[in-house]
Design a protein around this ligand. Structure first.
Ligand SMILES: *Cc1c(COP(=O)(O)O)cnc(C)c1O
Length: 422
């Protein structure tokens, strides 16, 4: 028997310890295809679980409201310097607790309640925080939304421009959660400039691809770049706001004291480590492999007759419309879960079904690429998905069990970063 990985936790709270162990096993043995998830390295895990947790540090390095910041200031300064170096930005704030509060800070910096803001509609692939109705950003601000074209699933930049000129939003968001294609940041910047809007590139999903040179960078074009740190960037759960120097004060004031209190220093440390890892040549290779895997997986799915929104992918993400297979997205997602393949059900553009029971599923390759799977494995992955969807349609439960064991067999040879080797 190997030693327990959390011996103190096991001694203090065996009930909780057993849940963590079960989650380690689940993450080790399943094919995780949720495109916003990843496996952080053991180093990021260690940095995120340190005594930095114990420290209060309201303020910014060199300007704190509490004493005893000798080490914390250096941790945060390191994270900031690494963010600036990696993304080539003038200013970085690494304190936002997560992507949603980071975006809320942007509203606080550049708009007043009731102002018009513009983003992609949630059911078209945008994010809740881009002014969608059920979010505070859609009830405290007047959200107007753009989408994609019905014919090809792509953003119609002329339509975005027309809407922006008609509505004159204070803030224009680009980026989203279910966009399988490259975002034209230059086009958005020219629209924002014409409309007099602050352009925010929310690159939460693709920050790792940008860092690794596998997606164009918004930095030359956007006023503010908002990102989570835990998706393709492969850091702890957190976020960063990056901007030109002229907006630095407004952004910093909005994050603290505008919206937050003390930063989560243990997370800042994990972010610093993740940024260090992302600056290595191996991460450039990783980012390109994520995209190569997604393209290979998309091709293999198309060969098996699946409909993909926009016909494929340029990045880490694939949006599958299952209408033609006769299986709702939720039924497919739950069947795939029983087959050891973890995805999420998702609306597709112009979805005739309800958001809680939509037509599609959303998949992506960041996690499987972190395990070292490559393009040669993607036909097998597509096969499993196809068989599981067919099994879902027929209610063939044993078939799902067979897939689950095939998946676990392959994954045993590709241990995940940060997890115990089975
Ligand atoms: C994930 C995501 C967010 C929100 O991040 P949380 O950390 O879940 O709050 C914001 N914007 C986009 C585009 C995202 O994909």
């Amino acid at each position: 028997m190997t030693a327990h990985r959390q011996p103190a936790l096991l001694a203090t709270d065996p009930e909780l310890a057993s849940l963590v162990t079960a989650e380690e096993t689940l993450q080790a043995q399943t094919l995780r295809l949720i495109p916003s998830e990843n496996y952080v390295s053991a180093a990021v895990l260690e940095a995120s679980g340190t005594v930095l947790q114990n420290k209060y540090s309201e303020g910014y390095p060199g300007r704190r409201y509490y004493e005893g910041q000798q080490n914390i200031d250096r941790v945060e300064a390191l994270a900031v310097e690494r963010a600036k170096g990696l993304f080539g930005v003038e200013h970085a704030n690494v304190q936002p607790y997560s992507g949603s509060p980071a975006n809320l800070a942007v509203y606080l910096a550049f708009a007043k309640p009731g102002d018009t803001v513009m983003g992609m509609a949630l059911p078209m692939g945008g994010h809740l925080t881009h002014g969608w109705g059920v979010s505070a950003t859609g009830s405290w601000f007047r959200g107007v939304q753009y989408g994609v074209r019905a014919e090809d699933g792509l953003i119609d930049y002329d339509a975005v421009r027309d809407l922006a000129l008609a509505e004159r939003p204070k803030i224009l968001f680009c980026g989203g959660t279910a966009l399988p294609r490259t975002i034209d940041f230059e086009a958005f910047a020219s629209i924002a400039q014409e409309a007099g809007a602050v352009l925010v590139a929310d690159v939460a999903h693709i920050a790792g691809l940008i860092a690794g040179g596998a997606h164009p960078s918004p930095v030359p074009y956007a006023d503010v770049v908002s990102t989570t740190t835990h998706k393709t960037l492969r850091g702890p759960r957190g976020a960063m706001l990056m901007c030109k120097e002229e907006h630095a004060k407004a952004i910093d004031k909005a994050v603290f004291p505008g919206l937050q209190g003390g930063p989560h220093n243990q997370t800042t440390a994990g972010i610093a480590v993740a940024l260090h890892e992302a600056a290595q040549p191996s991460f450039t290779a990783y980012a390109h492999a994520v995209v190569a895997n997604a393209k290979a997986l998309a091709a293999a799915l198309l060969e098996r007759g699946f409909d993909l929104v926009s016909g494929g992918t340029d990045n880490h993400l694939i949006l599958m419309d299952l209408t033609s297979r006769g299986v709702p997205g939720k039924v497919a997602a739950k069947a795939l879960d029983r087959a050891g393949i973890v995805v999420n059900y998702n609306t597709v553009p112009f979805d005739p079904r309800k958001p809680f029971d939509p037509s599609g599923i959303r998949i992506g390759t960041p996690s499987l690429t972190s395990r070292g799977l490559s393009a040669e494995h993607m036909p097998a992955v597509a096969d499993w998905i196809s068989r599981a969807v067919d099994a879902a349609a027929k209610g063939d439960e044993p078939a799902l069990g067979v897939i689950r064991s095939e998946v676990a067999d392959l994954l045993a040879a590709y241990p995940a970063p940060g997890l115990p080797v089975a």
